[in-house]
Design a protein around this ligand. Structure first.
Ligand SMILES: [Zn+2]
Length: 353
């Protein structure tokens, strides 16, 4: 897949699940979760690498909204993901619709993500499907979208491969617009992660939309208002503080996230979910804790308390660990007023800005 040029031949997009004429409605008001909720997420199948990549991207939403995703094996997980069957389809139930799905059945599906699929495609598809899981509808069905569709061309395109949709699916997924009464919406946003790519061949006046692969500023602000109270998150491990599996630190500018993954790897991601640095300790069966010890050493332990990675900065009681805006991870000397190189005991040198 080319990076920036819209490849008209291979647009693969998500298909709506259970479109419901009465309540269809940006965000369907009646399908919102409660702000502050932690939604449990369970994989029903799939490759562990694919699962890990999906989870890493999904957490991006939580930087902007007051909803957390807890990945695990809880049998009562609200969101169940299947990603083991490469059937070329991706979809998700919308918001709390997931609650009416049988507990053994998926509420979200990925049908083309593989271990070697480019990160940008993970970003595009996973942010979109989790958008649905949060209650978002397709942006092109926005009450004020007004896209000048060339309807005949749209039918021809989506009813052929790779989508092979029925006419009804095209009507439901492209032409049907949501009513203002049941929807909370902002202005129509051509950068939204919830918008399909639209090649100019499918419109009557040259209107087109490229691949939206990241959350737009409007996506962040609008969903932040739907789920208010997003935690800014910790940026520092003070002496004695630690991360447990699944927990993360975030730079003050929110662009860099360090997470102790459940596979035992500690990874720093940029805002595009690209890894900048890692302890390369993935594959531990049971990651224990990533701790800023009171002796100044930053250490990753497994559950048997065996050290798997360390900064080797012991002998510096009170030292602290910082995830900086520039993407650098630094262990600083205790009481450092100015965070300068002179006070740095260890650094990842992963700064990218
Ligand atoms: Zn979709």
């Amino acid at each position: 897949m080319s990076d920036d040029i819209l490849d008209f031949k291979s647009i693969k997009v998500c298909i709506d699940v259970h479109p419901d004429e009465d309540t269809r409605g940006a965000v369907v008001t009646s399908k919102k979760w409660q702000p502050g909720q932690t939604l449990r997420v369970r994989f029903l199948d799939g490759d562990p690498t694919v699962q890990q990549k999906i989870a890493a991207v999904a957490h991006q939403w939580s930087q902007y909204i007051n909803i957390q995703f807890a990945f695990g094996n809880d049998p009562n997980a609200e969101i169940r993901i299947s990603c083991g069957q490469l059937d070329g389809q991706s979809w998700s139930n919308i918001g709390t619709d997931a609650l009416s799905v049988d507990k053994n059945q998926p509420t979200m599906h990925y049908g083309w993500l593989q271990p070697d699929t480019p990160d940008e495609e993970y970003s595009r598809v996973v942010l979109h499907e989790f958008g649905h899981a949060l209650g978002c509808i397709h942006e092109h069905q926005h009450p004020e979208a007004g896209i000048p569709w060339n309807r005949d061309a749209v039918y021809r395109y989506y009813m052929g491969p790779p989508n092979n949709w029925t006419k009804e699916s095209v009507d439901n997924n492209l032409f049907a617009q949501y009513s203002k009464n049941v929807t909370q919406f902002s202005h129509f946003d051509t950068q939204s992660i919830m918008l399909y790519p639209i090649p100019k061949e499918l419109t009557t006046n040259g209107f087109e939309v490229g691949w939206n692969k990241h959350l737009s500023e409007t996506d962040k602000a609008f969903m932040g208002a739907i789920y208010p109270g997003a935690a800014k998150g910790r940026t520092t491990l003070a002496s004695g503080q630690s991360l447990q599996p699944g927990q993360s630190l975030r730079s003050p500018n929110q662009l860099h996230t360090l997470i102790l993954q459940t596979d035992g790897n500690v990874v720093l991601y940029n805002q595009h979910s690209q890894p900048l640095w890692a302890t390369n300790t993935g594959g531990l069966i049971k990651p224990g804790t990533f701790i800023m010890q009171t002796d100044g050493n930053l250490v990753l332990y497994d559950t048997d308390n065996r050290p798997k990675w360390a900064s080797q900065t012991f002998g510096n009681p009170g030292a602290f660990f910082d995830v900086q805006d520039d993407g650098n991870l630094v262990v600083y000397r205790a009481g450092s007023q100015s965070q300068t190189e002179d006070n740095a005991l260890w650094a990842s040198a992963s700064n990218d800005m």
